[in-house]
Design a protein around this ligand. Structure first.
Ligand SMILES: Cc1ncc(COP(=O)(O)O)c(C=O)c1O
Length: 483
């Protein structure tokens, strides 16, 4: 990779530089083709230059927290750089904010934040989340806070949009005394609908609350600005995102949060590295970051790989990337809307709601599991199906579909029926996704829509609700013998 390239030149180079774009599988038709990876919202592919940088780093690998031997010095310097780079990636002022790595994604960080915010102001017992949250930005707040309100979404022509800012403000006003924080996702992992997080931050601050952002679906796709130099009321107090969704699978979750809030409570995890001194009857926790928040040996190569990946994203330019991906989403929506029997969930008019990375849908008369299986087995298109860890949101959107067939179902079988039908198919995109991928998806969906019986006949449902092809068995050459 050229270290001088920037902007669109770098984008066109990096777009092809991902591991796994050329992987081939043999399909039910007997043909071997390259897979089309449309599951980036779950996990993105690995950016090769970041992978290569870490491979080079591995020759120096050592634990951090020592500068005595050469390898330890290199590890310590690069690991420190990784924190600084994440802070600058999200435009957070390093005087005010700290970055630390935790767990293997957003979930661990969100659990930590819920606890910190609760303990920093125990008298404020309420948190507001939205109905569209991933469970990772819902359950931690339910667990730590005494009271949760799920703010509703805008609705237009029966389609749900982003969080309704006016209702959010009303709820904040009514609960001013007890409101601790608002925690919102920047982008839904189901519909890709974007939330007005900076407006929400302004409202939170107006009513004495803090603003936490679930950045899991932002970091790879949308510019993030935690500090607004023109209006600090729009600052975000804490954000969390997943490295494995930001082009470096195998990296940790990243948390960026205000230092004063983190300092208000002893860190959740205690152990080596985070203490200044330990006595048999006492210990003194460090006040310096990130050490204080990172007990034990961290995922050093993962964090460095993630920092290289976001460095490259920044050199391409997040605004540029956002525009590029927007064109792709617009194309996908247009093509999918023209296919009979496809129902796309959530607001599809992007003048009302911007969409990022994900489109969830169902095809009339086909269960989500069957559509996903056909796309995989016959077209080599990898999508995800089910409820995407956002049960309340998915259920709210598919309730009408569920009700359609329910009269014909035996009372004893209702639970199984709901389990089978409750879900959607999600196609999701990343930096490496192309117009050709979108066209391949649209063509495949059109072919399925026009030949439903032909494909349906090939499948049986097992007791777990999985659609199993009756004659085709997937095979691949193991990359390492495990049996
Ligand atoms: C919006 C959102 N929040 C949180 C998470 C949880 O992230 P992780 O599985 O990396 O902990 C996800 C993962 O899909 C997500 O999409």
């Amino acid at each position: 990779m050229s270290h001088h390239k920037k902007g669109s030149d770098l984008f066109y180079e990096i777009q092809h530089a991902f591991i796994g774009l050329n992987t081939e599988y043999t399909l039910a038709t007997g043909e071997a083709t390259k897979r089309i990876y449309l599951d980036s919202t779950a996990s993105t592919l690995m950016m090769k230059p970041a992978h290569d940088a870490v491979e080079k780093f591995n020759h120096h690998y050592s634990n951090t927290h020592s500068t005595l031997h050469f390898g330890a010095k290199i590890s310590t310097d690069y690991y420190q750089w990784a924190h600084d780079r994440i802070l600058s990636f999200v435009r957070a002022d390093p005087e005010t904010y700290a970055c630390f790595f935790t767990g293997s994604g957003t979930t661990a960080g969100m659990n930590r934040l819920a606890r910190v915010f609760k303990h920093s102001r125990p008298e404020k017992e309420l948190a507001i989340v939205s109905i569209m949250e991933h469970h990772s930005n819902d359950l931690p707040h339910r667990k730590h806070m005494d009271k949760i309100i799920h703010v509703p979404l805008k609705e237009r022509n029966g389609k749900l949009g982003c969080v309704c800012i006016e209702t959010l403000e009303t709820i904040c006003k009514e609960n001013k005394g007890q409101l601790n924080y608002i925690a919102l996702t920047g982008v839904s992992n189901v519909t890709g609908i974007m939330n007005p997080i900076y407006e929400a931050a302004e409202i939170a601050h107006k009513y004495g609350a803090y603003m936490i952002v679930d950045g899991a679906q932002l970091a790879a796709h949308v510019p993030i600005q935690m500090c607004d130099p023109h209006n600090p009321n729009r600052n975000i107090d804490a954000i969390v995102f997943s490295g494995h969704k930001t082009y470096y699978p195998g990296s940790p979750g990243a948390v960026v949060a205000r230092k004063d809030l983190l300092l208000s409570v002893e860190p959740e995890e205690v152990g080596g590295g985070m203490v200044r001194d330990v006595f048999v009857d006492n210990y003194v926790v460090k006040s310096s970051f990130p050490d204080r928040e990172e007990a034990g040996t961290p995922n050093i190569p993962g964090a460095i790989g993630l920092a290289v990946a976001v460095d490259i994203l920044d050199r391409i330019g997040m605004h540029f990337l956002f525009e590029e991906e927007d064109e792709l989403i617009q194309l996908a929506l247009k093509k999918m809307k023209s296919i009979p029997d496809i129902r796309i969930y959530g607001e599809t008019n992007t003048d009302f709601c911007k969409r990022v990375a994900s489109i969830s849908f169902n095809m009339k008369e086909l269960d989500h599991g069957l559509t996903a299986a056909i796309l995989n087995d016959y077209f080599n298109i990898a999508v995800r199906n089910d409820c995407f860890c956002a049960h309340p949101y998915v259920k709210e959107m598919i309730m009408d579909d569920l009700m359609l067939g329910i009269e014909d179902v035996d009372m004893d079988d209702i639970a199984d029926y709901v389990e089978l039908k409750r879900g959607m198919v999600r196609a999701s995109f990343g930096l490496y996704s192309t117009k050709e991928d979108v066209i391949a998806l649209a063509d495949a969906l059109m072919e399925i829509a026009t030949n439903k019986d032909k494909y349906t006949k090939q499948y049986q449902v097992d007791s777990h609700g999985n659609y199993i092809h009756t004659s085709f068995q997937f095979a691949f050459t193991p990359f390492y013998p495990i049996k």
